[in-house]
Design a binder for this molecule. Structure first.
Ligand SMILES: Nc1ncnc2c1ncn2[C@@H]1O[C@H](COP(=O)(O)OP(=O)(O)OP(=O)(O)O)[C@@H](O)[C@H]1O
Ligand SMILES: [Mg+2]
Ligand SMILES: [Mg+2]
Length: 493
């Protein structure tokens, strides 16, 4: 019987391969639309079906998006980059090879900073290359290892994909979570990625366990140790949560194996989301298995001059800092207001039109709060930003009360889809004009001689009764503070 070895000194090492679908109108090597279609196999042509004789033509938009990613992760973008064929047989790939990049990827040696439990961490990015997405498989009557049969849909085939390969710099799942959140945020800011699209971000997670002693104080691990450690590659992870669960499972599985004196097999495993386990798929293929060779149908790509012209927007970290210094926002407000580029852009336009503080209150607290409550995102009301600005204008001009703006107008805008002016008219929320209030004040004084007498004899509470009368007469649309002042003025005359 194998001796059970008690060891608490094992550390986890993780490296990610993140596949990101780039948002372009057409596929990477043909003119087929990348829009998801209801009918399978309707967004296809001879190129993305891999029919004999069909020739690929590289989509400029995909290259531009890749250069943007490269700039955002501070990567080296070589003057010339080439495409290769990665050969393998699988039904999602009718050509039997994937057009990808091999030894001259478009992005090399980058990094991305993220915050893990309050501390800044820099994750190295070994490379990020362009490739085509294969088709998608729909396993029927079970999952990949138990299905009766499998259907294949080539609508996805040829969607531009970037594979972002990190260094094995992660030491735990919390770091992975923070990195993925940051990566998504940056990709969204760049406008190259649609997080709402199914399968737009897919992760392969490589994990090994090493002796904790091998990790230096700065988290560094010797190259030889990393290479010597048998790692598993867990495929089919499609969400941050999935990554965390799959990694926790896989870490425990490997630790258990080592503690029982067994060796971890170097293999590819599949994350079974519904069962919450990883299952062995195949021994890990090696580079030589793929017989990489140059894709002769696509000439080498020069990006040297062109890349200088491609601009990227201000990225989330920089914007967060600027929001604090320029608009005097708290860190928390700046965080909220830079959570997506749309929110940040909208905030800035409101801050400039009105006032930074008023804008922060209305965008961060009121609008995001109400959206959140309804499980809506800022993108759901993007086309109605002018209506939200109008609402803020009504408040700023003191045409409606803050309370009515918040509790009636904004809520009705989101629930019924009406515009603010329509709601104000329908609900009679417009603050009553000065003349009308003045008339109501005079009326109230005339109709309530007792209260007036009480007021004059020093009973200050009587004013509240009179304020109440005026509010009633104006249907609640006067400002109680103003009414109070007007009453005192009138009573002193
Ligand atoms: N000891 C290790 N433990 C965990 N991860 C590791 C270790 N060594 C390397 N890695 C990670 O493994 C990944 C290697 O990915 P890469 O795409 O280069 O090769 P691959 O997985 O062999 O190829 P393929 O693209 O065909 O899957 C990187 O994310 C890297 O950080
Ligand atoms: Mg890879
Ligand atoms: Mg891999």
């Amino acid at each position: 019987m194998a001796q059970v070895q008690e060891r608490s000194d094992l550390a986890v090492v993780i490296g990610l391969e993140v596949h990101v679908q780039l948002e372009t109108e057409t596929k990477i090597f043909c003119g087929c639309s990348t829009e998801p279609a209801a009918e399978p196999n309707t967004r296809t042509c001879p190129v993305c079906l891999g029919l004999p004789g069909a020739l690929p033509v590289l989509n400029e938009g995909a290259v531009e998006a890749a250069v943007k990613v490269g700039k955002a992760i501070d990567a080296d973008i070589p003057e010339t980059t080439e495409f290769h064929r990665k050969n393998y047989y699988y039904p999602d790939l009718p050509k039997n090879f994937q057009i990808t990049q091999y030894d001259s990827p478009i992005c090399q040696d980058g990094e991305l900073e993220c915050t893990v439990e309050g501390e800044r961490r820099t994750i190295g990015i070994e490379r990020a290359h362009l490739e085509e997405d294969p088709g998608s498989l729909a396993h029927q009557g079970g999952s990949i290892d138990t299905a009766e049969y499998t259907l294949v849909d080539y609508n996805r085939a040829g969607t531009p994909l970037m594979e972002i390969v990190t260094e094995p710099d992660f030491r735990g799942a919390a770091e992975v979570r923070a990195f993925l959140a940051k990566l998504e945020e940056v990709l969204e800011y760049l406008g190259v990625f649609d997080p709402e699209r199914d399968g737009s971000l897919r992760i392969d997670a490589n994990l090994s366990v090493v002796d904790a002693d091998e990790i230096g104080a700065d988290g560094e691990i010797d190259e030889a140790v990393l290479e010597g450690a048998n790692r598993t590659e867990v495929k089919n992870i499609s969400s941050h949560k999935g990554a965390e669960k799959a990694l926790a499972y896989e870490a425990q599985r490997q630790k258990n194996a080592v503690e029982r004196g067994r060796e971890v097999e170097q293999e590819t495993r599949h994350w079974d989301e519904s069962r919450g386990i990883t299952v062995s798929m195949r021994s890990k293929e090696e580079e030589k298995d793929y017989r990489y060779f140059r894709e002769a149908d696509i000439p080498p790509l020069q990006v040297s001059d062109w890349k200088e012209e491609i601009e990227i927007p201000e990225l989330p970290d920089a914007r967060r800092e600027r929001f604090q210094s320029e608009y005097g926002l708290s860190e928390e407000a700046a965080d909220k207001l830079t959570s997506t580029k749309q929110v940040a852009d909208f905030y800035e336009s409101v801050a400039e039109a009105f006032d930074p503080d008023l804008a922060a209150t209305w965008v961060a607290d009121e609008l995001l709060g109400e959206l959140n409550y309804r499980d809506m995102a800022i993108t759901d009301i993007e086309e109605r930003f002018d209506e939200v600005e109008r609402l803020i204008e009504l408040v700023d001009d003191e045409e409606i009360t803050v309370k009515n703006a918040r509790e009636t107008v904004l809520r009705s805008m989101l629930d019924d889809g009406d515009d603010p002016d329509t709601i104000v008219d329908r609900e009679g929320l417009g603050k009553t004009s000065g003349d009308e209030v003045q008339a109501a004040v005079e009326e109230a004084i005339e109709e309530n001689p007792d209260a007036v007498e009480d007021y004059h004899s020093g009973e200050d509470g009587a004013i509240n009764f009179l304020v109440g009368q005026v509010m009633q007469k104006t249907g609640g649309s006067a400002d109680p503070g103003d009414v109070n002042g007007l009453l005192r003025e009138a009573l002193e005359e």
